[in-house]
Design a protein around this ligand. Sequence first.
Ligand code: PRT
Ligand code: ZN
Length: 286
Amino acid sequence: MSETLKIAVQKSGRLYEGSMKLLKECGIEVSNGNNQLRVLSSNFPVEVFFLRDDDIPEYVQDAVADIGFVGENVVREKNKIVDSIEKLGFGKCRLSIAIPRNGQLQSISDLNGKKIATSYPVILTTFLNEKKIAASIHEISGSVEIAPRIGLADAICDLVSSGSTLFTNELKEIETILFSEAVLIGNKALSTEKRIILESLLFRIRSVKKAKNNKYVLLNAPNDKLDTICSLLPGMKSPTILPLAEPGWSSVHSVINESDFWDVIEQLKANGAQGILIIPIEKMII
Ligand code: PRT
Ligand code: ZN
């Protein structure tokens, strides 16, 4: 049998959907209808293993899986010997220290001699050592945010995304230790055959990510404004310009980056562009 690449994905939880969606967008079919532990793709040489996220770094280190999709926070906390290969653009959050909103504490230096509850003792210990703060760590595995209210700790160190959990528990963030998103990690000793499959998967992942960060733009412009408008639109090479049926006007096609989007659109309008259409790109191959 020819080689397959074993991918570890979170079985259920916050990274499950993003991971499966990414595989789908890469054209890789994986049906997990029967809640199975492992599923072979029907159209790409990968086998997906569904696991708890905490176990993924160790399984990848030990070559039970070849690669895995997991949060950077888990990779840092577990400290296993794996390669961090590619950020995946979903599962974004931050690991922060939070304190009671109306309490005595004000800043991280007030944490000396205090107790901090967390599920991330390794990352927190490193942070406290770096900042020379002598606080004690109380490790708990879930519902960290209630610890100050029930007298278990003075502060917490936990993941935050919208901030609403902190808000409803009357806590406020005072320091961010780490920004995190899902990453693709890999075993350090993949065979040549597996590396070839990984390269092909990475090519697809990068094309999907690029497409998400860019938009296709179509607009009409008076010919005497074409130079200015084209200078605002770098595109992949240079914009495509086609004459319109109406004399003196052209249609301009290009690609713009999501981060520059609103700025560029305003400038295009200010320079005489009309009928601007913005279209999502499905895949972008460069
Ligand atoms: O069962 P398993 O061990 O696999 O799952 P789990 O319960 O350990 O993890 P899960 O599914 O909760 O999270 C998986 C990964 O998602 C994390 O390791 C992070 O990389 C990422 N992620 C992104 C988050 C969040 N955002 C997040 N908001 N993980 C957890 N949270 C929690 C946080 O702990 C807090 O309780 O959500 C709450 C805060 O959210 P906001 O929106 O109220 O700020
Ligand atoms: Zn977990």
